[in-house]
Design a protein around this ligand. Structure first.
Ligand SMILES: O=P(O)(O)O[C@@H]1C[C@H](O)[C@@H](CO)O1
Ligand code: HPA
Length: 292
């Protein structure tokens, strides 16, 4: 009915993938979780797991980045049915932005109503420390400024409207819930709230770019998440997104520091347990659709 966008998947193709998955499993997930770089242990919290390698799922891209295992895990967290991507896709892997975000539409077609996205990010805000967890309250979409938006191409109304608003991208109730759960868990010292700026990667930022992003109001910089948020909001799912500050962005010409992926993965391991506790506690408190 609608022409397929050059690099995207049609509604029918997304439905075929979702139907294939639903035919293999009993569970009907309400919460979808995406694990960022080095944060894949989150998926291991799920009980009664059923796991699929991405390579076995029709139409699914493959993970190519170290720290992204490439498995879709179904299971329950304290009884709540969930699906978890142990590894996401990035623009720099060479995938079109529509392929990067395909799993989010699959989440929707599986019945998911709330998406929790995690990522590793560089801290731009000088008050941030490595190991801080930032609840994302807004984003700056740099690839979007250059015309690379996951909603480019023909709009299929079965997913959502042509011009979705993004001023309400990050659900305020979920954000407050995360703040509340964080305070209960004693995370006050390292729980932040801020603006995430996405770039295409894979090269890390220059000093001038970091300074520019700070001036624009960004608190952290990364290479993912925002495209997924746009697609999730387009199809009406609620979004909570968390950045683990794995390194400090280099802002000073005298600094000897250099961003590197190994440090990103190491910090992920250091904070993995706290992040897992935050996400799992939140999941158990999320009410189904429209109220947290
Ligand atoms: O998938 P995320 O955004 O957590 O991964 C970040 C961005 C790059 O893929 C990588 C850089 O170390 O980590
Ligand atoms: O410093 C960074 N920049 C971009 N992406 C990142 N992901 C983790 N750290 C960073």
């Amino acid at each position: 009915m609608f022409p397929e966008s050059a690099n995207g998947y049609s509604f029918e193709e997304c439905s075929a993938t979702a139907e294939w998955l639903l035919s293999q499993i009993q569970i009907r997930p309400l919460v979808g979780i995406v694990c960022g770089s080095g944060l894949g242990r989150l998926a291991e919290m799920l009980k009664d797991q059923r796991t699929f390698n991405y390579s076995d799922i029709p139409n699914f891209p493959q993970s190519t980045v170290h720290g992204h295992a490439g498995r879709l895990v179904f299971g329950t967290l304290k009884g709540k049915p969930c699906v978890c991507m142990q590894g996401r896709f990035h623009l720099y892997e060479g995938y079109s932005i529509q392929k990067v975000t395909l799993p989010i539409r699959i989440f929707k077609l599986l019945g998911v109503s709330t998406v929790i996205l995690t990522n590793a990010a560089g801290g731009l805000n000088l008050d941030y420390k490595v190991g801080d967890i930032m609840i994302i309250k807004d984003h700056i979409n740099m690839p979007g400024f250059a015309g690379n938006n996951p909603l480019n191409g023909p709009n299929d109304e079965r997913f959502g409207i042509r011009f979705p608003s993004m001023s309400d991208a990050y659900d305020k109730e979920l954000l407050q819930l995360a703040q509340g759960v964080g305070a209960e868990l004693g995370y006050g010292n390292f729980l932040r709230e801020g603006v995430y700026c996405v770039l295409g990667g894979p090269s890390f930022e220059t000093i001038a770019e970091c300074r520019m992003m700070t001036k624009l109001g960004a608190d952290a910089v990364g290479m993912s998440t925002v495209h997924e948020v746009i697609v999730a909001r387009h199809c009406g799912m609620r979004v909570l997104a968390l950045s683990l500050i794995t390194n400090q962005a280099v802002m000073n010409y005298d600094s000897q520091e250099k961003a590197n992926h190994e440090e990103v993965l190491e910090t992920g391991q250091l904070r993995a347990e706290q992040l897992e506790r935050l996400v799992t506690t939140m999941v158990t408190r999320i009410q189904d659709h429209n109220s947290a």
